[in-house]
Design a protein around this ligand. Structure first.
Ligand code: OAD
Length: 238
């Protein structure tokens, strides 16, 4: 593969699937058993905060289970960041911290982070490893019943979009891994990168909604494909 100067990677739930974290769509997907509008929307939270907290508390407990560890896909992306001599940005739709645990640092959590809570009154964001209860008080401003998971819900604006679009506009390789392409704006990133002249590669277990937008598609499990693809990308830089 040609040498690149600037890489943007978009990761989705498929990257964490082999670490035991459920994806959202497909067989056993979270959205088969939970209604998005009930557990992942501001309206759902206003209606029944306890239900929403229970949903995210379960996800948080699963993430903190000692069995849940980064897999070879997370490790390969961290290696790419470490060894690639050009610009690099990893944009993840995932709210788990497995990319960080694998060693990634040039990372944007566009849909927020499960291990953080945010106060609806003072907007302070604080690390949170235990369950959040709707009766909890904000440790910063003292507001009662104001804490919510620091995640982006449907109808809300993803985080740090300006930085993401700047990177997409300047990249010459866009790689999407383990995302079904159902959710915008992330699903449109490939188009932005393409218009900026970037090469586009998709790695996914099955065909995605956006697959026709990519120049190169690799069907397979991220943990098997990424170590090889990263070797290939780094070979081009030596
Ligand atoms: P999805 O659950 O929609 O899609 C996961 C994709 O990963 C599917 O295309 C699977 O085929 C693929 N996949 C599964 N296992 C894989 C593996 N081992 N290796 C490679 N690919 C694999 O998840 P996302 O596209 O990330 O948003 O979902 C996007 C957003 O929708 C999420 O961030 C979340 C959700 O609703 C919010 O909650 C705001």
């Amino acid at each position: 593969m040609a040498t690149h100067r600037s890489i943007v990677v978009l990761s989705g739930a498929g990257v964490s699937a082999e670490s035991g974290i459920s994806t959202f769509r497909g067989v056993n997907g979270l959205w088969n058993n939970h209604r998005i509008e009930e557990v992942a929307s501001p309206e759902g939270f206003a209606r029944d905060p306890d239900l929403v907290h229970r949903f995210y508390n379960l996800r948080r407990r699963q993430l903190l289970d000692p069995q849940t560890r980064p897999n070879a896909a997370h490790l390969a992306l961290a290696r790419l960041e470490r060894s690639f001599p050009g610009e690099f940005m990893l944009v993840t739709q995932n709210i788990d911290d497995l990319h960080e645990r694998a060693g990634s640092s040039r990372l944007i959590h566009m849909h927020g982070e499960l291990l953080k809570a945010r106060c609806g009154a003072c907007e302070t964001v604080a690390v949170r490893y235990d369950d959040i209860d709707s009766a909890d008080t904000c440790g910063h401003c003292g507001a009662r019943r104001a804490l919510r998971p620091h995640v982006v819900w449907f109808g809300e604006m993803p985080m740090r979009l300006e930085e993401i679009y700047t990177a997409l506009g300047g990249c010459d390789l866009f790689l999407a891994v383990g995302t079904s392409g159902h959710v915008h704006p992330a699903a449109g990133f490939v188009d932005v990168a393409r218009r900026a002249g970037a090469a586009t590669v998709e790695v996914n277990l099955e065909t995605s909604v956006t697959e026709s937008m990519f120049q190169r598609r690799i069907l397979g499990a991220a943990a098997a494909v990424l170590p090889v693809l990263v070797d290939e990308l780094l070979d081009g830089t030596r």
